[in-house]
Write a protein that binds this ligand. Structure first.
Ligand code: SAM
Length: 289
């Protein structure tokens, strides 16, 4: 492993991972459009080998496997045992995909083996991202490509900005976290992402914005969908962490405020909120620079 990823390993193997597994179907629905945009950017073709970093429950690995076909191969790696267990359970037997519990920043990976280094929201958690990407680059073939999707800033993402805003006046909001600390928004600054990839030895870096409406929660009626979206917001993500140590009465108040905010948003079977990501592309040079 490069850097110290212990806190992330503990979280994704503890409550964070458990809650992710419990909400897996909803979270997959939320990430689907963004993952698809990154897969389209990666443009995998039949027979290629793909490394899916921080693959979670494996939805993107399966979508990639469908693109590379039986002659290809996808390896999904993740530090969370619970999520890899879910990924293995969801994968059809004949899919050309394998899953491995591993810290991608230092795992033993076959050298020069992959055509594509891919990730759907799984590369923002490294303690030392430049070292992690330098390590993962060695697993790519010369000329191999990188394609991943990561969130832009929290202020641009209504699915976090709106519920966090609803907490104002209910709980004292903690000072904003270090924007470069490992976490979902640590790749929000494209200049930082470009610096990390350059330091790791990649070239041809291209970072493009992509926006899509995010379906939050699910339900047969609009009211049921709003209730489910509120429940999910209290279970996973930044708001759940902000409320983690709060007593029940504060959590109830916060839940009511978030519900009021969500009830103003469009959507029938889900609450629709704006999401903003970067689609990041880069290339492993043919010769080491
Ligand atoms: C936001 S989730 C995304 C999961 C999945 N790609 C998806 O889109 O549903 C981030 C994932 O990255 C994984 N992760 C974090 N640090 C990692 C590391 N150093 N090596 C491998 N996986 C890591 C977490 O366990 C988690 O499953």
């Amino acid at each position: 492993m490069t850097g110290n990823n212990t806190a992330q390993i503990t979280d994704w193997n503890g409550q964070g991972g458990e809650r992710w597994v419990a909400n897996q179907a909803r979270l997959d629905a939320m990430a689907a459009a963004f993952g698809q945009a990154a897969i389209d950017a990666a443009a995998p073709v039949a027979g290629e080998r793909v490394l899916d970093v921080g693959c979670g429950a494996g939805a993107s690995s399966l979508a990639l496997a469908a693109r590379v076909g039986a002659q290809g191969q996808v390896l999904g790696v993740d530090i969370s045992e619970a999520l890899i267990e879910r990924a293995r359970a969801l994968a059809p037997q004949d899919a050309p995909v394998r899953f491995q519990v591993a810290d991608a920043s230092g795992a033993e990976l076959p050298e020069g083996a992959f055509d594509i280094l891919f990730s759907r929201f799984g590369v923002m958690f490294f303690d030392d991202p430049a070292a992690a990407f330098a390590h993962m680059r060695r697993a790519l073939k010369p000329g191999g490509r990188v394609a991943f999707v990561c969130w832009r800033g929290a202020a641009e993402n209504d699915w976090v900005r709106l519920p966090m805003g609803a907490l104002k006046g209910i709980v004292p909001l903690a000072a904003p976290p270090d924007p470069e600390a490992p976490g979902p928004f640590s790749f929000g600054d494209p200049a930082r992402v470009a610096r990390i990839l350059t330091a790791a030895g990649f070239t041809d870096i291209a970072i493009a914005p992509f926006d899509a409406a995010v379906p939050f929660g699910e339900g047969a009626t609009r009211d049921a969908a709003i209730d489910d979206a509120v429940k999910m917001t209290l279970e996973v993500g930044p708001l759940s962490r902000a409320l983690a140590d709060q007593p029940d009465d504060i959590r109830d108040l916060a839940s009511a405020e978030v519900r009021t905010v969500f009830a103003r948003l469009p959507g029938e079977g889900a609450v629709m909120m704006e999401g903003a990501v970067w689609i990041v592309m880069a290339r492993n040079p043919h010769r080491t620079l």
